[in-house]
Design a protein around this ligand. Structure first.
Ligand SMILES: Cc1ncc(COP(=O)(O)O)c(C=O)c1O
Length: 467
């Protein structure tokens, strides 16, 4: 029998302060899910309740998997052993070659680190790099939370909606001055061109100026190029690493160009040289303690994506063409309705501003972007994300619209049929006009796109009637 005396019990309880289990760390008590994932769940709930919803809230490339990738994954399925922390060598070699072909950037396999998506790699980079982080306002929902989780301060850099939210050296210098005045020490800048949420892309001369500015200030650039392959065709993508190779890190992956977000495969390209090698060592050490490696079969299949293959390159080019067609069609509708919106250059996002209707919206109890998004979801069944999720002031009436789900050819068809329809759409893509060059694009009838155009006409018509 256990002979615990009252004396022993007292000695034990004195050593530990009594508390309930599952207590959250104080710094994590207010954490909430990423708004993009939250809106996706809200839409799924609405649909499960039988409420039709126009899903402009979640940016997910929806084209069917390319058969070359499917076959490569099937062949690699028995690879059950762990991959090296930085990724299998053949994949890192293929990614290095891909950088040369697609970005004109030469790098070696040693400079490549593969991970389970670019998102954890971005976080790992923020963990190992020194300093507070300059982030354009607006910018992707996860940068701010990741920076804070890593223990740094977010240093917002102002952008001008009337100037397509361009990142300028003047705004960067202003942000650094303000940061220093408040005790922050920015050493890192996140550049996301093409941008989520604006859909904009920096012109080559702006990228060159940015590289020169970062070099002059000893700032590391993390260039998130996850949408680089999805340029719509009227402006080429240029990486800051072209102008500032010694201080730029590129991140990218399979999620957007290869419509394979669920495969969770991303990469980081580190600078060459001694300092780049030190960064690589730290990044691999961190990865080894957290995720060990990306999934081996996925890594092996991904070799195919980054190895020269005309058919896959055509697939990516055509996906970009369709994203461009759909995004510009909705952009044209908004512009015709008098909604200010930066012209999209890549990817599948629009970032319109509803400020002209601010007075009318007050009558509906709407004074913030969050309220506007909620109102549109409740009253018009349109799912969007408010600017505040992208670091904007709460009263900004800008919303991010994702057009990626508007490429669906027919609603309600089974997944297999939908895939076949999307393949047909991809086959027609080369005939589509380059957006922005020929006015209103003409192309295939897409019911979700037509629904979105009609719904916005109705919404703006109603807002006008209130004014
Ligand atoms: C700007 C941006 N960066 C990074 C990511 C993350 O991509 P991944 O699937 O590689 O983690 C996303 C995904 O939505 C994104 O929009």
């Amino acid at each position: 029998m256990d002979q615990h005396t009252p004396l022993q019990a007292t000695a034990t309880s004195q050593r530990f302060e009594f508390s309930a289990p599952l207590e959250l760390a104080e710094a994590r008590r207010d954490m909430v899910s990423s708004p993009t994932l939250a809106i996706n769940e809200a839409v799924s709930r609405r649909r499960a309740e039988g409420k039709e919803t126009l899903h402009l809230g979640f940016g997910e490339a929806i084209f069917p998997l390319h058969p070359a990738l499917r076959q490569a994954l099937a062949e690699a399925i028995e690879s059950t052993g762990y991959a090296p922390v930085a990724g299998v060598l053949k994949l890192r070699q293929a990614i290095a070659g891909y950088m040369e072909r697609t970005r004109g950037i030469s790098c070696s396999a040693e400079q490549v680190v593969v991970g389970p998506g670019s998102k954890p790699l971005l976080y790992a980079l923020l963990q190992v790099l020194e300093g507070d982080v300059l982030v354009p306002r607006p910018s992707w929902v996860s940068y701010g939370p990741q920076i804070r989780l890593a223990g740094w301060q977010v240093v917002p850099v102002a952008t001008d909606p009337a100037d397509h939210h361009r990142l300028t050296p003047e705004a960067l210098s202003d942000a650094v001055t303000a940061a220093h005045a408040s005790g922050a020490k920015p050493r890192v800048l996140i550049v996301n061109s093409p941008s989520n949420p604006t859909g904009g892309m920096l012109a080559e001369e702006d990228v060159a100026v940015l590289g020169a500015w970062a070099r002059a200030h000893g700032i590391t650039i993390i260039s998130d190029e996850i949408y680089a392959e999805l340029a719509h065709g009227w402006r080429p993508h240029v990486s800051p690493a072209r102008f500032y190779p010694e201080g730029s890190i590129i991140t990218g992956g399979l999620s957007k160009a290869f419509s394979a977000g669920g495969w969770r495969l991303g990469y980081a390209i580190l600078p060459a040289g001694e300092r780049g090698a030190q960064l690589g060592k730290a990044l691999r050490a961190l990865a080894s303690e957290i995720w060990s490696a990306a999934a081996t079969p996925i890594e092996k299949a991904a070799i195919v994506a980054f190895t020269p293959n005309t058919d896959l390159e055509t697939y990516v080019r055509r996906s970009a063409r369709i994203h461009g067609y759909v995004t510009h069609a909705l952009y044209q509708t908004l512009i015709e309705l008098g909604v200010a919106c930066p012209k999209p250059a890549a990817g599948f996002y629009l970032y319109p501003d509803f400020a002209p209707w601010r007075g009318a919206l007050v009558n509906l109890g709407v004074t913030t972007g969050q309220q506007l998004a909620q109102y549109l979801l409740d009253e018009w069944a349109i799912a969007t994300l408010p600017g505040v999720a992208f670091g904007e002031e709460p009263d900004a009436l800008r919303l991010r619209l994702s057009t990626s789900h508007l490429s669906i050819v027919s609603t309600g068809s089974a997944p297999k049929e939908q895939a076949a329809e999307l393949w047909q759409l991809l086959a027609q893509a080369d005939a589509l006009p380059v957006p922005g060059e020929v006015g209103q694009p003409v192309g295939p009838d897409l019911p979700e796109l037509a629904k979105a155009q009609l719904r916005w006409r109705e919404v703006i018509g109603y807002f006008n009637s209130l004014a």
